[in-house]
Design a protein around this ligand. Structure first.
Ligand SMILES: Cc1ncc(COP(=O)(O)O)c(C=O)c1O
Length: 392
């Protein structure tokens, strides 16, 4: 894979950089070719590429079933419809994109926000305390934040001892492995979801998928993806029946053609992300910039590279750092604003939960550029600029 360098030198040898975002897609000629072939084929949607993509995702992560859908939010929506009932209580994390807990609301269930651990994932020990305090709690919705999977031993224990439903939002973690367990394999969860938005590991532009090992859930999800329609061999050729209220959350063959081509490169993408993470780890060791976690045995697939800086000890604020880095053409990002503090959630009565680790995370953390196309030279520039601004 060729990594194109976007560093430009002017006549005087001065370095100029194109804008370096926190994340972006990698598209090559092979991807473009596979889209063109599908555009010339008989099926733009509801064709054979969809099932092939689903089978390959299921094989890749070791789940029995996969349903590809129009985006990660649609995956969460359908998952919540099959897992939850009205008024169910669901433990979830404030440290995610809005879609995770919104999907609980779509199913008319009730999110309960639990604090996080310093590495960014939901605190499963606190979840256990909540389960002991309130045995009516139905489910845990966790996120494998930044590409780092939930503690699988603890999930297994909670499922076995508290009869709890578990959804893993794996939007950040395709390709991650925890003690031999692959993200999306659903070994210790009922359902996993992926997103294929361009900033994620592989992209279909918009797109998402649901994985599960449960045949009953799989069949319900297939029906809900397509308007709640059912067609059986006993029916007349033109007949179909709508037996429940479903949606059009179909993904297209064009998107799946891109997804299939991207999937071939996924392991290489992840290796590149890990090399970038190791270089950041080395650059930040024993400095005021602390990686959220370091590359270790547990294989994060590094959707994000998050660092912590104690701004209360510096003369620069986080906002100033973001603006100064932007002036130097580097896009930092914050993942995430606590969901429970959003105005809509506040209007529902949320916002005052005791989540000190999340608060500290929000004050100190931010994400650095991390994507396969980031060149070594660009990464050096990001590191050097960050230190220059913080030291000043
Ligand atoms: C953790 C998480 N969950 C869900 C989603 C929703 O995915 P999509 O944008 O494909 O709807 C995202 C996307 O940003 C995400 O980061």
């Amino acid at each position: 894979m060729a990594y194109k360098c976007r560093v430009i030198r002017d006549g005087k040898g001065i370095l100029k950089m194109n804008f370096i975002p926190y994340g972006k897609q990698f598209i090559d000629d092979e991807d473009i070719q596979s889209i063109i072939e599908t555009l010339k084929s008989d099926f733009l949607t509801t064709g054979p590429k969809i099932e092939t993509f689903e089978n390959e995702i299921a094989n890749y992560c070791g789940a029995k079933y996969c349903i590809a859908v129009s985006n990660g939010t649609a995956a969460l929506h359908l998952a919540s419809l099959v897992l939850l009932e009205e008024n169910d209580k669901v433990l979830t994390t404030p440290n995610s994109f809005l879609a995770t807990s919104n999907s609980i609301l779509y199913a008319k269930a009730k999110p309960i926000f639990v604090d996080i651990i310093p590495e960014g994932n939901i605190d499963l020990d606190l979840c256990e305390k909540e389960l002991q305090r309130d045995p009516t709690i139905k489910a845990i919705y966790g996120v494998s934040f930044s590409g780092n999977m939930l503690n699988q031993g603890k999930l297994k224990y909670l499922k076995e001892n508290y009869n709890i439903i578990v959804l893993e939002d794996n939007a950040h973690s395709i390709g991650a492995i925890y003690a031999g367990i692959k993200s999306g394999s659903c070994q210790n969860s009922d359902i996993g979801i992926f997103s294929f938005h361009p900033v994620k590991h592989i992209t279909t532009a918009e797109g998402g998928a649901i994985t599960t090992n449960d045949e009953i859930l799989y069949k319900k999800l297939l029906t809900l993806r397509a308007h709640g329609m059912v067609k059986t061999p006993q029916m007349k050729p033109w007949e179909y029946e709508m037996r429940e209220l479903g949606y059009n959350y179909r993904i297209t063959d064009i998107q799946c053609a891109l997804g299939l081509s991207q999937l071939k490169k996924l392991d290489e993408f992840i290796n590149r992300r890990i090399r970038i993470a190791k270089k950041y780890d080395n650059a930040f060791s024993n400095t005021l910039v602390k990686p959220l976690y370091r590359c270790n045995e547990q294989k994060s697939s590094y959707h994000l590279y998050v660092v912590k800086v104690n701004f209360s000890r510096l003369s620069i604020s986080k906002e100033e750092l973001f603006l100064k880095m932007r002036n130097k053409n580097i896009g930092l990002q914050l993942h995430y604003i606590p969901i429970n503090k959003q105005p809509y959630y506040k209007s529902l009565g949320y916002g005052n939960e005791f989540t000190p680790v999340m608060k500290n995370y929000y004050d100190e953390c931010f994400s650095l550029p991390m994507y396969p196309l980031l060149t070594d030279e660009e990464q050096d520039y990001v590191i050097k600029t960050l230190f220059e601004i913080l030291d000043a």
